[in-house]
Design a protein around this ligand. Structure first.
Ligand code: G4P
Length: 189
């Protein structure tokens, strides 16, 4: 998505050769209208796939997931990273290891929000090592629902997640793929 690449070039900050800061429109402040543009693009990519539900993971996956949900006209379920007083024990859960943040966390989805008839589009903000996506996919498959594909805002193509997931047969659509980045700029794939 050309407008996203331009926005990353203009507003993103390369913190290191592996970490991109996009707090100004994606991870902290949210550019609402631009989020809708990205949602529209995800909806265009998956429009013929009879998606019934979008699944994402809190926090930064929620905004692009809701934007896509508006255009596909389907509900959005976000996996929680911690349990809450309103969540009973009837949940699917997986342990997810984050290489970027060097921690392990549990993701949870209440069983009532996934059913075997669902055709699910998984949306997330970043794809790096792919562990969050693998955890979400396992939960969705455990519920009996079908994972139709994934929609990613920014894929870091120099990290293995995207390649591994595509090799496993999953359709992965990333709106921008970064091949490399350093203080001189960002190269997109
Ligand atoms: P993975 O899910 O693909 O395996 O990636 P990884 O564990 O390495 O990433 C974990 C967290 O780090 C995710 O956020 C992901 O969005 C974020 N992340 C990964 N690479 C970058 C990057 O280059 N820039 C930024 N800004 N974030 C990155 P999270 O812990 O789920 O955070 P949040 O959604 O609660 O904000």
């Amino acid at each position: 998505m050309e407008s996203l690449k331009n926005k990353i070039r203009k507003e993103g900050k390369v913190l290191s050769e592996t970490v991109l800061k996009v707090d100004c429109f994606l991870n902290h402040q949210i550019d609402s209208k631009f989020m809708l543009d990205m949602g529209k693009e995800f909806a265009r990519l998956y429009k013929d796939k009879e998606i019934t539900k979008i699944v994402t993971i809190e926090t930064s996956g929620i905004a692009p997931a809701v934007a896509a949900g508006i255009y596909l006209d389907v509900p959005v379920v976000f996996a929680k990273k911690s349990t809450s007083s309103t969540l009973n024990n009837d949940t699917y859960s997986r342990e997810v290891k984050s290489f970027t943040k060097n921690k392990v966390y549990n993701i949870l989805i209440a069983k009532e929000f996934l059913n075997p008839n669902d055709k699910v589009l998984v949306i997330d903000d970043f794809l790096a090592y792919g562990n969050a996506l693998v955890g979400l996919n396992e939960i969705i498959e455990e519920s009996g629902a079908t994972v139709v594909g994934a929609g990613i805002v920014i894929e870091k193509g120099f990290q293995p997640g995207g390649k591994e997931l595509r090799q496993s047969g999953l359709r992965v659509e990333s709106l921008a793929i970064i091949e490399s980045m350093n203080e001189n700029g960002i190269i997109f794939g």
